[in-house]
Ligand binder design. Structure first.
Ligand SMILES: CC(C)(COP(=O)(O)OP(=O)(O)OC[C@H]1O[C@@H](n2cnc3c(N)ncnc32)[C@H](O)[C@@H]1OP(=O)(O)O)[C@@H](O)C(=O)NCCC(=O)NCCS
Length: 178
């Protein structure tokens, strides 16, 4: 089911990814990795080299263990957020939000909040009890978004990302969803 956010720049649909999104998904993800290398563990160059099957497979594998949501305006992808849950009997209660990104011209409109809440909703339908995420400790904008969405800090992972010799600690955040 799609959800809508009405913004001063137009209506945004929050909808699950579809297999046919592979090209625009690739573009949006590479844009995020290229412009915000300190915010994501994945590497731009390594992802840019991937064949198109890498992206189609990612979308094809979505289902009861992982999901991606897109923020869409007039059929253009303007934001995204992903979630996956543990794959064993003992870890499937725990889901993790990843890859949250909103294009610069669409920021400040609470689109990330919409994506995060949609991911949490997915976690509930998959009977997850807790949702976790890691955010760079210097990423104050994202930390504020996650705090507004009910996440609280439970720890710090030292040196999660090393970029050009600079170490970024990861702030570990969680929210109980039952
Ligand atoms: C972090 C991010 C996803 C937030 O998305 P968003 O949809 O803009 O989130 P919000 O609308 O809730 O706004 C976040 C903050 O930016 C402020 N803001 C307002 N206008 C803005 C603008 N034009 N550009 C940037 N930020 C703006 C908002 O007021 C808000 O601050 P507040 O919490 O003090 O109110 C987005 O900035 C982004 O994609 N950043 C780069 C990638 C990244 O860091 N991802 C997170 C990885 S963990």
């Amino acid at each position: 089911m799609n959800q809508q956010i009405t913004t001063p720049h137009g209506v945004i649909d929050i909808r699950p990814a579809q297999e046919t999104d592979y090209q625009t998904y690739r573009e949006l993800r590479l844009e995020a990795l290229r412009n915000h290398p300190e915010a994501f563990g994945a590497d731009y160059a390594a992802n840019a080299e991937q064949p198109m099957t890498f992206w189609t497979e990612r979308l094809r594998s979505l289902g009861s263990n992982n999901m991606i949501y897109f923020a869409v305006h007039n059929e253009a992808l303007v934001g995204m957020g992903g979630i996956y849950r543990g794959n064993s009997q003992k870890t499937q209660h725990s889901a993790t939000i990843v890859s949250v990104y909103v294009q610069p011209e669409w920021r400040g409109l609470k689109i990330a909040e919409g994506l995060v809440f949609r991911c949490i909703e997915w976690g509930r339908t998959q009977r997850a009890a807790i949702v976790k995420l890691t955010v760079s400790a210097t990423n104050t904008t994202a930390i504020r978004v996650y705090s507004r969405c009910g996440f609280a800090v439970y720890g710090i992972e030292p040196q999660t990302i090393c970029l050009d010799g600079i170490m970024y600690d990861g702030l570990l955040m969680s929210r109980h969803i039952v």
